[in-house]
Design a protein around this ligand. Structure first.
Ligand SMILES: [Zn+2]
Length: 120
């Protein structure tokens, strides 16, 4: 929904910074829920792997996992300082799980057209 991004475009002279910009600058995305006051730090370089890199960096990226709403989410971007290394807890992207796709096929037919099942 690109339209909803416009409210985060605060000044016409100031171009929208995207998630990709923040990743290129190796910045930290600080996501805070104002309702439960949960705050989580992410690396922009992790987030671009799972979210659209063209998203405005300060638009809420997802709902709070505790409250289930994005209404109170605020996003800040910070550049790590030397003192952050070894001290600041970051929620890292550990693994991207692939999604299984299932579909009905006739017994003996290949799952993908053009591919022959092994062993036949
Ligand atoms: Zn919350």
């Amino acid at each position: 929904m690109p339209e909803s991004y416009h409210k985060f475009h605060r000044h016409p002279a100031k171009p929208v910074r995207t998630l990709e910009d923040a990743a290129n600058d190796e910045q930290i995305i600080v996501v805070r829920c104002g309702l439960c006051r949960r705050q989580i730090n992410y690396l922009a370089t992790d987030m671009v792997q799972v979210l659209n890199p063209a998203r405005p960096v300060d638009a809420p990226h997802f709902a709070c996992s505790r409250c289930g709403t994005a209404d109170y989410m605020s996003v800040k971007v910070k550049t790590p300082s030397a003192g952050d290394f070894g001290h600041l807890t970051i929620r890292r992207l550990l693994r991207i799980r692939s999604v299984s796709e299932w579909g009905n096929r006739l017994l003996g037919d290949a799952p993908d057209p053009g591919k022959t099942p092994k062993g036949l």
